[in-house]
Design a protein around this ligand. Structure first.
Ligand code: SAM
Length: 275
C-alpha cells in the first residue's frame, strides 16, 4: 500500500518541439508540485517561462542520477510532490527516469504518469508501416560487438522496428541497416512537430545518398521481416493459424484464403478443417 504521508512523483511528458504540445493536466501538475526535477534545468526553463511557471528546479540527469535520486527520494519522503520532466517528450524513454521510478516503487512512493508527446509513437503512427505490433530499440549501440548483435536481432524481428538516431550518425546506421534489411520498407521521420517536420519514404539507397541532408532529430521506422513472419505462421497448428487471422478481425472466408496462401495449398483443403 502506498503511504499517504509521502509525496507523489509525477512523470510529466513535455513537448518534442512545438511548445503547444503540452496537456492541460501537465500544466496543472507543473503548477501544483513543490519541485520540478529536470534533465537540463536551463533547457526546461524555456518551457517553464513560456508557461509562466516558476518552481524550484533540481537537475536530474544521467551523470548525477545516483546522487540526485537519493535527494529526490528524501524530499518525497518529507511529503513533497515532485514532477519529473526531461528535455523533450516522455521521461524514461531514452531519457533519465527509470532509476528514480524503481526507487520510488521500492519505497512505496506513488507514481503518476502524465501522458503526452513521445517521438517514437508519433513517428510510428505517421509512417504507414504496421502499427499492430512493434518494438522500440532506442539508439543502436556504438560498441562494435553489441551493435553487431543488435543488427542481427533486427534482421530476425518480424514486427515493426523503431530506432532513434542522431543526424551525424545517420549515414553509418543506414549503411549498417542496408546489410540486413533487403527490400524492407523504411521511413525516416525528422523534426516532428517542428517547422521542418518531414517523413521521407524512400528506399535505403536513396536515404544513404541523402543522409547528410537530414538535419535535426530523427526516428527510423522499419518494416518487420516478412519472411520470418510467414515462416512463423507456418509453424502454427491450423487452429492457431486460424485464430491469428481471426484476432485481426478477418471473416472466415478471408481467413481460409490467407491460410491456404501462407501454406501454399488449395483453399478447399483448408476449408475441410473448419466446416
Ligand atoms: N524522451 C524522448 C521521447 O519521448 O521521444 C526521447 C529523448 S532521446 C534523448 C532524443 C531522441 O528522440 C532524438 O535523438 C530523436 O531520435 C528522438 N526525437 C526527439 N524529439 C524528436 C523530434 N521532434 N523529431 C524526431 N525525433 C525526435
Amino acid at each position: 500500500m502506498e503511504n499517504k504521508e509521502l509525496g507523489t512523483l509525477y512523470i510529466v511528458a513535455t513537448p518534442i518541439g512545438n511548445l503547444d504540445d503540452i496537456t492541460l493536466r501537465a500544466i496543472k501538475i507543473l503548477n501544483m508540485v513543490d519541485i520540478i526535477a529536470a534533465e537540463d534545468t536551463r533547457h526546461s526553463l524555456k518551457l517553464l517561462n513560456h508557461l509562466e511557471i516558476s518552481k524550484p528546479l533540481i537537475s536530474y540527469h544521467r551523470h548525477n542520477e545516483e546522487i540526485k535520486k537519493d535527494i529526490l527520494i528524501k524530499k518525497l519522503k518529507e511529503g513533497k510532490d515532485i514532477a519529473l520532466i526531461s528535455d523533450a517528450g516522455t521521461p524514461g524513454i531514452c531519457d533519465p527516469g527509470e532509476e528514480i521510478i524503481k526507487k520510488c516503487i521500492e519505497e512505496d512512493i506513488r507514481i503518476i504518469p502524465i501522458p503526452g508527446a513521445c517521438a517514437m509513437i508519433n513517428a510510428l503512427i505517421s509512417s504507414g508501416i504496421s502499427t499492430r505490433e512493434f518494438i522500440f530499440l532506442g539508439f543502436l549501440p556504438l560498441n562494435k560487438k553489441s551493435r553487431k548483435e543488435k543488427l542481427k536481432e533486427i534482421e530476425e524481428i518480424n514486427k515493426t522496428i523503431i530506432l532513434y538516431e542522431a543526424p551525424h550518425k545517420l549515414k553509418n546506421t543506414l549503411l549498417d541497416l542496408k546489410e540486413i534489411l533487403n527490400d524492407r520498407e523504411i521511413v525516416l521521420a525528422r523534426e516532428l512537430t517542428k517547422i521542418h517536420e518531414e517523413f521521407v519514404r524512400e528506399n535505403i539507397d536513396i536515404l544513404i545518398e541523402k543522409a547528410e541532408e537530414f538535419k535535426g532529430e530523427i526516428v527510423l521506422i522499419i518494416e518487420g521481416n516478412k519472411q520470418v513472419r510467414e515462416n512463423k505462421l507456418n509453424e502454427l497448428t491450423l487452429e492457431e493459424h486460424y485464430k491469428f487471422y481471426e484476432s485481426q478481425g478477418l471473416n472466415k472466408k478471408d481467413i481460409i484464403k490467407k491460410i491456404a496462401k501462407d501454406r501454399n495449398v488449395n483453399k478447399n483443403e483448408i476449408y475441410q478443417n473448419f466446416i
